[in-house]
Design a protein around this ligand. Structure first.
Ligand SMILES: Nc1nc2c(ncn2[C@@H]2O[C@H](COP(=O)(O)OP(=O)(O)OP(=O)(O)O)[C@@H](O)[C@H]2O)c(=O)[nH]1
Length: 345
């Protein structure tokens, strides 16, 4: 029996995983895909965006959302039963795509493919790591030695390096292919510098592909045939000594819910100020705008904020605003939430 190839898409918060997957769905060339989407925040924004594609390659029934925590920590409870259900179908998909949360370690997930019931029926075709070239260039994943020293002084039990740097290294060390995304945001010399930095963290022979909005050749993306579950030892992780376990105590996430927004510009200005003041890593969600039929999607990755109307609110939906906010541990939840609620109505 041939195994169902599975692609694990990893990459830090906002690197462009959902954007790449949307590109993939639109260029599936007759493949029937199933999608497993994992999010760190409690609101399934990525699932909403992908379902919004209404794509033949991946009807809604083939999209599974795992929004209650990071997939690498809930492998046995959530991920394995999800895979079993997909593989038990009378007509299993041609290819499975897994979008991990931006804070997930890919290795525990790949390890799950050694589970006897999965191993005989599915294989990891490849781990694809998305890199935000702009964020790397801005030094987001480099260790801020002063900040680390301060964190160590405040918490003598702190036993690891910068959590962002660790994730960056773990995700790259597990990759079979790296997509250097957001090339439109950096100049050629910066891109070359970032590429060299990324190459230093990847295993020998791993291909690095440059991309703008995740537009990668789908044939190259699906068909790596790495059988990654057979070469786990070659994929070092900062968490190897802990049986692959890690927790997400280094990060905080919460949802701010509100009513309708009057002025979109006022909302984005407030968001921009909050992101800068609190070093927020990621904001995303759906916004109800006064007098507008359509819902507004808001996305912020570091200081960069984007928004667009994706579709009309459905009659059964409550017109409300839900924003997921993610940052490093110590995020001032009450100040941020009350400041945002001020503007959410
Ligand atoms: N300028 C630019 N923006 C991009 C590119 N790729 C993605 N984006 C934008 O970056 C933001 C985050 O993209 P997503 O695809 O949602 O990122 P993600 O990795 O799925 O995010 P999380 O699931 O929250 O980790 C969105 O506003 C995208 O439109 C790119 O190549 N260039």
């Amino acid at each position: 029996m041939s195994k169902v190839p599975t692609t694990v898409v990893t990459g830090f918060l906002g690197a462009g995983k959902t954007t790449l997957i949307r590109h993939l769905l639109q260029n599936a060339r007759g493949r029937r895909l199933a999608l497993v989407i994992n999010e760190f925040g409690d609101v399934g924004v990525d699932g909403e965006l992908v379902k919004g594609c209404n794509d033949e390659a991946c009807p809604e029934d083939d999209i599974v959302e795992l929004a209650n925590g990071c997939i690498c920590c809930t492998v046995a409870d959530d991920f394995l039963p999800t895979m079993q259900k997909l593989l038990d179908r009378p007509n299993p998909p041609d290819h499975i795509i897994i979008e991990t949360s931006g804070l997930a370690l890919p290795k525990p997930l790949v390890k799950a493919f050694q589970w006897p019931d999965i191993r005989t029926r599915a294989t990891v075709d490849g781990v694809v790591a998305l890199i935000d070239a702009d964020a790397v260039a801005a030094g987001r994943f480099a260790t801020d030695e002063a900040a680390l020293a301060a964190a160590r002084a405040a918490d003598p039990n702190l036993d690891h390096d910068s959590p962002l740097e660790e994730l960056f290294e773990d995700q790259l060390a597990c990759a079979d292919m790296v997509v250097l995304n957001k090339t439109d945001l950096v100049d050629t010399a910066t891109l070359a510098r970032v590429e060299a930095q990324v190459e230093a963290e990847t295993r020998a022979g791993v291909k690095i592909v440059r991309a703008d909005h995740g537009a990668v050749d789908v044939g190259a993306l699906l068909g790596i045939t790495a059988a990654a579950e057979d070469s786990l030892d070659a994929r070092p992780s900062h968490h190897d000594g802990e049986g692959g376990d890690h927790d997400h105590d280094d990060f905080d996430s919460f949802v701010v819910t509100g009513g309708e927004v009057g002025e979109v510009e006022a909302l984005t200005a407030r968001l921009g100020a909050l992101i800068a003041a609190h070093d927020i890593l990621r904001v995303k969600g759906m916004v109800a705008v006064n007098g507008k039929q359509s819902r507004l999607i808001v996305q912020a990755v570091g200081p960069r904020i984007q928004h667009f109307y994706d579709r009309a609110w459905m009659p059964a939906e409550i017109r409300r605003t839900q924003l997921v906010v993610i940052g490093q541990k110590g995020l001032d939840r009450s100040v941020i939430a009350s400041d945002l609620r001020d503007i959410l109505g």
